[in-house]
Ligand binder design. Sequence first.
Ligand SMILES: Cc1cc2nc3c(=O)[nH]c(=O)nc-3n(C[C@H](O)[C@H](O)[C@H](O)COP(=O)(O)OP(=O)(O)OC[C@H]3O[C@@H](n4cnc5c(N)ncnc54)[C@H](O)[C@@H]3O)c2cc1C
Length: 579
Amino acid sequence: MAVNPARGDSAPDAVVVGAGHNGLVAANLLADAGWDVVVCEATEHIGGATRSGSVTAPGYTSDLFSAFYPLAAASPILAALDLENHGLRWSHAPDVLAHVLPDGRCAVLSRDLDRTVESVSSFAEPDGAAFRTMVAQWQQIEPHVLQTLFRPFPPVRPAAALARSLGMAGAARLTRMALQPVRRFGEEWFEGDGARILFAGNAMHADISPDGAGSAVYGWLMTMLGQTHGFPVPVGGAGRLSDALTHRLIAGGGTVRTHAPVERVLLREGTAVGVRLKSGERIHARRAVLADVNAPELYGSLLSAVDLPPRFLQDMKNFQWDTPTLKIDWALAGPVPWQAQGPRRAGTVQLGVDVDGLTTYSAALAKREIPREPFILFGQMSTADASRSPEGTESAWAYTHLPIRDHLTEDDIDRHVTLVEQTIQRHAPGFTDLILARYVQSPTRLARENPNLRHGAINGGTAQLHQQLIFRPTVGLGGAATPIDRLFLAGSSAHPGGGVHGGPGSNAARAALGRAGWTGPLKRAVTSALLTRLYRSEQTRDTNPIPRIDRADLAPRGRADQPFESSARGRLNSTTALD
Ligand SMILES: Cc1cc2nc3c(=O)[nH]c(=O)nc-3n(C[C@H](O)[C@H](O)[C@H](O)COP(=O)(O)OP(=O)(O)OC[C@H]3O[C@@H](n4cnc5c(N)ncnc54)[C@H](O)[C@@H]3O)c2cc1C
């Protein structure tokens, strides 16, 4: 499908590879600046991991990948696009989130602060006041935190504004918190299991163990966003968000082509000048190519190894994926019969484990074992948005993680689906009797349905500290710039990473516009000089004992769409293929 075929045949200003939300955000910002933009999407669908469809039973809508959007609701980037004017409407469940502990107790997060406070106080009386204090502090700094997070790296101005509003001591404490494990953070702030599990469970939306440095900041961010913005969902399904982005782009003159897999970024004298599709068609780009694909795909498949600095390729071999995902959708004949009151009104329900259980779950994944007690992120989509299924029923969504392994058998997947359902059944007797239909997406299937989700990884690479900021996707400058002039990384492998917020897409668009502006040559000269220093061959000074690798080993072999990790299978333990 070519949306907006009215554009002429002349070369566009920019080609965007991939119509995930980040690609669409980037294309919108370029179109706003007057650029002629073509988005090339490999599959027949627009939206990437922000899509919905009817896959369980007639009348039921399922979110095929992501489902809850606190980051989108808070994102200044998406707010500026005014997507409500392009058909997007948000809907909230009565409560944001409930975490059901293995012993049946339940902590509730609600946009109504009194309700959250009542819930966490029921575990330990002083925790209500501590939670209120934290929310008050958050409200003072929220705009600065969001700007710091979502603006291009380094976020000098927003970070300075954040530091000013906190003062030196406050900034030091915030930095300490950002580096903490969420278990320790919970112990310092709260006495009871309720508040602690809300933060620890929310931290698990990233792939960091509750005992891992940096997990506290995720738990804090997601809990505070949930408290103040909720975990809203688009009315009608996740795909309505992508539809709104597409509608806005087309209205601004942009073009989206589906069934248009890009197999090569075309270069001339080290500069990106367009793309070649798998069909052989070439699309030239006058000013920039933006890639909303994961970093191993861009550097290992869409580019040739000979076009990249050897030292950069060597660093890229340490790129670490986040853990594979098993996703399940159910059409349920009625609402989930939870034993506890807490989860009945919540859009998102977290269950399966407590804080110790999260540690055991994370350790199993780290050891590449299938967790015996899964941590389940469960969505009651009709509770959040009544349009998702017939009245009196529930469209349910869930995921849990599996280890990175060479091979997961169908039996492994089936057994784990049963384990997930038994875990829910334990807290909601009668759940399994309500199942009219289910749709299971194994990691392999997720990757087949969205080629960007290598291994079924949801965040474009681990969110652990060693792959954040200037280390995302590998040692670099932390921005969208790549070693290739006029080529920008626009997907979640780039800072600020996974989640639906538009950060990487926006950063890439800004970088492309900056490169094309009158200071562009100077900017590129500086970037290029810095990157040259970073990726200079360091044969004599290299103290890091990474074995040198043969450039030929890094060149994609066989089919042009073969992924980076396949060509390196068996050598790169963090990128072992699953299927
Ligand atoms: C199961 C699951 C649950 C999640 N839950 C949530 C959630 O509840 N809330 C949240 O905020 N985030 C969630 N996430 C994470 C979030 O969805 C992603 O981080 C985000 O959507 C990534 O957006 P993107 O635009 O960078 O990439 P994608 O959305 O993956 O888009 C990339 C696009 O590029 C296309 N593509 C790939 N290669 C090529 C090529 N060679 N040529 C052309 N096109 C190509 C792909 O087909 C795809 O359409 C979830 C993700 C998954 C998978």
